[in-house]
Design a protein around this ligand. Structure first.
Ligand code: NAD
Ligand code: 6OD
Length: 519
């Protein structure tokens, strides 16, 4: 599944036996203790200075599972000040190898405390244990391992320059950290996406203030304990909980001592953040929304394509920015493909995420379910055929208090329909037939988004040709979400700004400065 040294990471269906008994109790026992998630500032857990808290609600049952301290601007200021001290103090003065050794220990410690991270992540998101075990938690560790290894081996750029006296000059570039980096995260892959940014930021010598999603405060909070356990100096990693506008998120983006903002989330949030940071001319790295196409040719390995597209549409309840929401299927296999995909959708099992047999979790919240259901309704109004799904499943107590929706397949809409144009971020796709490669390409590119695409064909010449013409940052051929963490990751158009992954992350989280020495 995972080779942390090379950065290869393959999504597989690894399911091992685990202690279902212990973990299930939280779901079925309404009296389970409500957790307290506090802020993590300067190496200590603290309450918000204003005393405000908000509720963390299980999307599986609708019950409150934690009370979360809501940071105000003063708390953000304390966190940034601690990060600034650490940047110039213990962290800044530590040798690079010592720093990277500590980060590698963070990875080991996440794996040692695997079940606690698993429980916190599933508690917040309701994602099936099979997925969280195979993807979220190991990737949280892998991100630290990869960037600890990578930064150790980053080469230096240098030039010998001729001068008139014949003695020459030596130019060499050094990399310096940016300073305090603000990390603003979404709720869909909380630990994975947070560490994807925190690990390279710290490896490059920065310190961070993280604003996790208000929906998923758990694993970011737990990571504070790990940082302390392995001896990361206080102030290097800080967590401020809260919301966006008027709360911790906005305060972080406005703070004058934050040197850069790295953000994953919705496109319109990215746009709001960009306006806020414009005054400070701060660098931003944005991983934003998508409306990703999958193109399935008649020559594809049919069963592999159906299985792959079922995964790329319904994985994590469709809440992965890389999910395929627009499917284009070559006409000779269109009917058979839709039928086979619908069969797969009907077999998805919703319910207790801690059961190995559960294959689809809920949406993150009731609010998000309202949004997804409004698109199901819009699809009806726009004239779609609902092949399967389209509503709320009946799962019984306690799951009817959660945010489950049926996996849904639509056909019959014109390409101009809003359902085909706008990101829904749920377990839903529209399937459109096509007759030629050019037609499929034109429809795939007819969007403002440009995150990723998936091509299913056995004609590799065609795959290479199309991959170069689809306006996206990442194309998978006969696969999906097969990650090598060294590769450039990011979107074109309104799907993002910049690339992260491997050296591209190092380029964002450090600044190159040139030194010219006259010899
Ligand atoms: P969101 O934009 O609503 O929120 C993301 C984070 O931004 C949260 O922590 C939120 O509190 C904070 N925030 C909101 N407004 C803010 C503001 N004005 N200033 C500062 N912070 C603010 O996104 P979400 O609903 O949490 O996540 C889902 C979205 O994220 C989808 O659009 C999805 O496509 C996108 N996403 C993209 C990628 C990618 O790699 N491209 C990965 C995951 C998710
Ligand atoms: O795998 C990654 O590194 C990554 N950034 C995935 C993003 C998934 C979006 O939901």
């Amino acid at each position: 599944m995972l080779d942390v040294t090379s950065g290869r990471f393959q999504l597989t269906d690894i399911i091992e036996s685990m202690n279902d008994q212990l973990l299930q109790s939280e779901i079925h026992n309404p009296q389970s203790a409500i957790k307290d998630y506090r802020l993590f500032i300067d190496g200590s857990y603290v309450d918000a200075s204003g005393g405000n808290t908000f509720e963390d609600v299980s999307p599986v049952t609708g019950r409150v599972i934690a009370r979360v301290a809501e940071a105000n601007a003063d708390d953000v200021d304390r966190a940034v000040a601690a990060a600034k001290r650490a940047r110039h103090g213990a962290w800044g003065k530590m040798g690079v190898n010592a720093r990277l050794d500590l980060l590698a220990r963070v990875a080991d410690r996440i794996m040692e405390r695997f079940d606690e991270f698993l429980e916190a992540e599933i508690g917040d998101t309701g994602k099936p244990v099979s997925w969280a075990k195979a993807i979220d938690i190991p990737r949280g560790a892998a991100n630290f391992k990869l960037f600890a290894n990578l930064v150790r081996n980053v080469p230096n750029e240098s030039y010998q320059t001729d001068t008139e006296d014949g003695l020459g000059a030596l130019n060499y570039a050094i990399r310096v950290p940016l300073g305090v980096v603000g990390v603003i995260c979404p709720w869909n892959l909380p630990l994975l996406l947070m560490t994807w940014k925190v690990a390279p930021a710290l490896a490059c010598g920065n310190t961070v203030v993280v604003k996790p999603s208000e929906e998923t405060p758990g694993t970011a909070t737990l990571l504070g304990e790990v940082m302390n356990e392995v001896g990361i100096p206080p102030g290097v990693y800080n967590v401020v909980h809260g919301f966006g506008p008027g709360s911790a998120g906005e305060a972080l983006t406005k703070h004058p001592d934050v040197a850069a903002i790295t953000f994953t989330g919705e496109t319109r949030t990215g746009s709001a953040i960009m306006k806020t940071v414009a005054d400070g001319v701060k660098p931003v790295s944005f991983e934003l929304g998508g409306k990703n196409p999958a193109i399935i040719f008649a020559d594809a390995d049919f069963d592999a394509a159906v299985a792959g597209v079922a995964r790329s549409t319904f994985a994590n309840c469709g809440q992965v920015c890389l999910c395929s929401e627009r499917l284009y299927v070559e006409r000779p296999i269109f009917d058979r493909f839709v039928e086979a995909l619908a069969e797969r959708a009907k077999k998805l099992r919703m319910g207790d995420p801690f059961q190995q047999s559960t294959t689809m979790g809920p949406l993150i919240s009731k609010g998000h379910r309202e949004k997804v259901l409004s698109y199901y309704q819009l699809a009806r109004e726009e004239g779609a055929t609902i092949v399967t799904g389209g509503g709320i499943p009946k799962l019984g107590d306690p799951f009817d208090g959660g945010s489950f929706v049926e996996p849904t397949i639509l056909t019959g809409l014109p390409e101009s329909a809003r359902v085909i144009k706008e990101e829904i971020f749920g377990p839903v796709c529209h399937v459109q037939p096509f007759d030629s490669e050019d037609e499929a390409l034109a429809m795939a590119n007819d969007t403002e988004y440009g995150l990723c695409s998936a091509l299913w064909t056995q004609n590799l010449s065609r795959a290479h040709r199309l991959a170069a013409q689809i306006d996206v940052g990442i194309t998978w051929v006969n696969s999906w979400f097969l990650r090598d963490l060294r590769t450039p990751f990011g979107g074109t158009g309104i799907s993002g700004i910049g690339r992260e992954g491997g050296i591209h992350s190092v380029n964002f989280y450090s600044e190159l400065r040139n030194v010219c020495v006259k010899l």
